[in-house]
Design a protein around this ligand. Structure first.
Ligand code: PMP
Length: 395
């Protein structure tokens, strides 16, 4: 049978990252491609305890349907953590999500009509493009430097192009570049959003995985008109398999998103929400996050040191203060996808994500994303050394 798909299926394609998973599964290849957290830091015993106790203490409730916005206690706990982080809010401002990824889909569904213009960083998170594409937006991408999105360029875009619906940004340790948006630019972004009347979608799953320097307040903390929607996630601070994240927004926006959540999947798993809520009541998650930071800080240092030692100077790399990624810039004319396919995988036995896939508008071929989160310290040294040998011979 030839299924007559909806037009939007023209914009639903397998991503470069899915294709890369084949390398991740090959034990002979060191893959810096995937963005999986290091599983050795999952709090397995504590989660075992809270799942059991959620069922023994409250099984009849924990296994029942609940309200689509999420169980009230977890929403309160999230609101308290967000308030402490500079975003004063209450449970009514929180919608619990099936991971931050669901927020990208629901916000796109709420805001985008075909042809609407949205702004992203260039490069941006591939999962966001995958979520937005079926709603058929047009993209404007604004370049970044070491302080995040270039606000002068954004202002030029806003002057040129009227009717922009929303701007998507990953301000903390961005995926894919590892770059953080500076304080001044966060404030200026909110001013521009107020002046040009658009919504800001602030997606910050790595925010708490900062291992150097002072935290910069969320963009949402400067929001004066309820036009910033914040997305958070338990994936990087507990475990991604829980599939739990959250939205913080004005009550009216959260209400609209709640209606879409009801249509999409009714609610998140009551049991998962109960267990995470009990985890937050029983254990000190901040202490757990401190241990995650330690692990990634060490891995980041190992990877950057190996890059410094073995890569030719013509290859530039970012120095993230948190998160899981560094972003490579090769000399102009270098094709990172071809390099990976023809040299890095067959000869060095190393995989990464070629950068072109992260650009919504222009395909810049001379970049790559490396994750230091998943590989062991030894594999990082070995893999980067092998890549460095190849690059030194080539460049
Ligand atoms: N946003 C960004 C920038 C991410 O890197 C990720 C995870 N790779 C997500 C959102 C989604 O994460 P989750 O759905 O697991 O919360």
């Amino acid at each position: 049978m030839n299924a007559r798909f909806a037009n939007r299926m023209n914009y639903v394609k397998p991503s470069a990252i899915r294709e890369l998973l084949q390398y991740g599964a090959d034990p002979n290849i060191i893959s810096f491609g995937g963005g999986y957290p290091d599983p050795s830091i999952f709090p397995v015993e504590q989660l075992n305890y809270v799942y059991q106790s959620s069922i023994t203490k409250n099984g009849r409730t924990a296994l029942q349907y609940t309200v689509s916005n999420g169980i009230p206690r977890l929403r309160e706990q999230i609101a308290q953590r967000m308030t402490r982080d500079g975003v004063p809010c209450s449970a009514e401002n929180i919608l619990v999500l099936q991971g931050g990824q669901q927020g990208l889909d629901l916000v796109a569904k709420m805001l985008i009509d075909r042809g609407d213009v949205i702004v992203t960083e260039g490069p941006t998170f591939l999962g966001a493009l995958i979520a937005f594409n079926p709603y058929e937006p047009k993209y404007v991408s604004v370049p970044m430097d070491e302080n995040g999105m270039d606000m002068d360029e954004l202002e030029r875009v806003l002057e040129r192009q009227s009717g922009i619906k929303f701007l998507y940004t990953v301000p903390d340790f961005q995926n894919p570049t590892g770059v953080t948006l500076s304080l001044e630019r966060r404030k200026r972004l909110v001013e521009l959003a107020n002046r040009y009347d658009f919504i800001v979608l602030e997606d910050s799953p790595y925010r708490e995985v900062r291992y150097e320097g002072e935290a910069i307040p969320p963009i949402k903390s400067f929001d004066t008109e309820g036009r910033v929607i914040y997305l958070g996630s338990f994936s990087k601070i507990l475990a991604p398999g829980l599939r739990l994240g959250w939205v913080v927004g004005s009550e009216s926006l959260v209400q609209q998103l709640g209606l879409l959540k009801l249509a999409a999947d009714t609610q998140c798993s009551t049991l998962n929400m109960s267990a995470v809520s009990e985890y937050l009541d029983t254990y000190d998650i901040d202490q757990h996050i401190a241990s995650i930071r330690e692990v990634y800080r060490r891995k980041k240092n190992i990877m950057l040191e190996a890059i410094r030692q073995s890569f030719p100077k013509s290859v530039k790399f970012t120095e993230p203060s948190g998160g899981m990624f560094t972003w490579l810039t090769f000399p102009e004319g270098f094709d990172a996808a071809q390099f990976m396919r023809e040299r890095a995988v067959p000869e060095a036995k190393v995989a990464f994500v070629p950068g072109a896939t992260f650009f919504p508008t222009s395909n810049k071929p001379n970049h790559a994303r490396l994750s230091y989160a998943t590989q062991s310290n030894d594999s990082i040294v070995k893999g980067i050394g092998a890549l460095g040998d190849l690059l030194t011979a080539m460049l």
